[in-house]
Design a protein around this ligand. Structure first.
Ligand code: DOR
Ligand code: ZN
Length: 348
């Protein structure tokens, strides 16, 4: 049995840091484990232009503790009014790594999202030309489509036609939750990849209602049936180059989760690597962990892998309790208080 693993330091290819006091409270949890992270732009108001992204990056760097070595990779939120030249200029100067597509009203703070992809076709064509990735929240917003079917329908109605129209566009299908997504990514060309969260490897839709309603397990896309969890998990542990780590850590105050209309999002940053490791170990796939966590993502994003390393040791750790915010609210980590089998140290 492997008790110790040393791998290149991982990156998190999908993170919500928010802004202000919440950002300050949650940033160290990610920066402690990961060397880089793709920063989601769904602030209120959203990060839309290169200037917005530059200012947000400065706010993140201002509250990063001095002893943590961490680089935020910024994204712009695609709107019907996005200017292709602004996006291309941001990419050219290194401020923008990617662009995020939220279909309008698909999830938290997505009211400014794209209403019709034909409106943003000039931006997407420009991105295909310069090789800039489009990060996709893959759910249709049609209220007639059952919430558990929204991802699979998105592939048929939106993603396939988009890739047929612009075959060179580089796309990351974010936080996949279905067998359909895993199969589609596998069968696609080198320009389509997917991120996978720890929670979608660990919970299915029955867990949301185990013994009562579990608001802290509610996120979007919502967890699906067991057969889908297994398919997503199989994709992650397979070592396939176009599946990689993206936690979708998404903090909300406990009062906003435990409410009549609770927010979508799971805060898994404090023990993200430990959670993934549990799944890889259970599936006897620890030898693929470095690819998933530290190699496949940089290769897709055309960035070098990190030179620093982390040591993963089989040593029980407890998931921390609630994180206090200055306004008296708290944020609850995924599986707070529960024991994990692995612990993580950055070895430099
Ligand atoms: O569960 C989610 N939470 N899914 C998303 O797409 C957004 C995120 C958030 O920002 O809270
Ligand atoms: Zn997200």
């Amino acid at each position: 049995m492997t008790d110790r693993l040393e791998i290149r330091r991982p990156d998190d290819w999908h993170v919500h840091f928010r802004d202000g006091a919440v950002m300050k409270a949650v940033l160290p949890a990610t920066a402690r484990q990961f060397a880089r992270a793709i920063v989601m732009p769904n602030l209120v108001p959203p990060v839309v232009t290169t200037d917005d992204a530059e200012a947000y990056r400065a706010r993140l760097m201002d509250c990063l503790p001095d002893d943590l070595d961490f680089t935020p990779l910024m994204t712009a939120y695609l709107t019907d009014g996005t200017d292709p030249d602004n996006i291309a200029a941001g990419h050219e100067t290194g401020i923008l790594t990617a662009v995020k597509l939220y279909p309008a009203h698909a999830t938290t703070n997505s009211a400014h999202g794209v209403t019709d992809l034909t409106r943003v076709e000039p931006v997407l064509r420009q991105m295909a030309e310069i090789g800039m990735p489009l990060l996709v929240h893959g759910e249709v917003t049609d209220p007639d489509i059952d919430i558990f079917d929204r991802e699979a329908v998105f592939i048929e109605r939106v993603l396939k036609p988009l890739l047929e129209r612009i075959p060179d566009l580089r796309v990351v299908l974010e936080h996949i939750t279905t067998a359909e997504s895993a199969n589609f990514v596998r069968s696609a060309g080198d320009n389509l990849a997917a991120t996978i969260t720890p929670h979608h490897m660990l919970i299915n839709r029955s867990d949301l209602f185990r013994g009562g309603i579990r608001p802290h397990l509610y996120c979007l896309p919502i967890a699906k049936r067991e057969q889908h969890r297994l398919a997503v998990r199989e994709a992650a542990v397979s070592g396939h180059p176009r599946f990689f780590l993206g936690t979708d850590t998404a903090p909300h105050a406990v009062k906003d989760k435990e409410s009549e209309c609770g927010c979508a999002g799971i805060f898994n940053a404090p023990t993200a690597l430990e959670l993934y490791l549990e799944a890889f170990e259970e599936d006897a796939a620890l030898e693929h962990f470095e690819r998933f966590a530290s190699l496949n993502g940089p290769a897709f994003y055309r960035l070098p892998p990190n030179e620093t390393r982390v040591r993963l040791t089989r040593e029980p750790t407890e998931t921390p309790g609630p994180l206090d915010l200055p306004d008296g609210n708290t944020v609850l980590p995924f599986r707070s208080g529960q024991m994990l089998r692995w612990s993580v140290d950055v070895v430099g």
